[in-house]
Design a protein around this ligand. Sequence first.
Ligand code: HEM
Length: 151
Amino acid sequence: MPQAPLIESVTEESIALLIDRFYAEVRGDPVLGPVFEASIAPDEWPEHLATIQSFWSSVMLTSGRYTGNPVAVHRAVRNLERSMFPRWLQLFEQSARELFAPEIASLFVGKAHRIAASLELAVFHQLGRPPDGMQLPSQVGASVRRSAKCD
Ligand code: HEM
């Protein structure tokens, strides 16, 4: 089957095509699919897709159409795990590269990576808790004191 030509411009219409393609992948994904299906009831999907459309319109076309709070929304998503971000980004990149000319796809992918990184940090990093694998100096002191049994 001949391939459709790659899209050369970012418009509301081409964003809608990307969202449709990406969500077809996401909903069929064994890990991500169930998280979305558990949060979004069948009759809520049109509204969700419209919100995502306005989000990407704001990001790529600076349309200002999206006025929500993704951090608060994702904090409330049940069973959302940090390990899901690379998969989400992989599917998003795949969809973008299937549809758009390489330089346009890279614009979407670059934005997605930056937003995902800040979203992940905001959702999973708690104030006062060091990043994964690190200890605060005070905790290092406490564990040294504990192991030295001097308390
Ligand atoms: C780790 C993978 C992710 C999962 C499993 C996930 C899942 C979800 C779910 C279930 C919702 C709907 C929540 C609800 O309405 O109750 C949602 C909303 C949304 N997601 Fe994600 N998400 C992920 C990553 C991302 C990333 C990386 C972005 C942006 C680049 C993003 C952008 C959004 C936006 C804009 C909304 C709508 C927020 C609103 O209602 O205002 N998500 N996500």
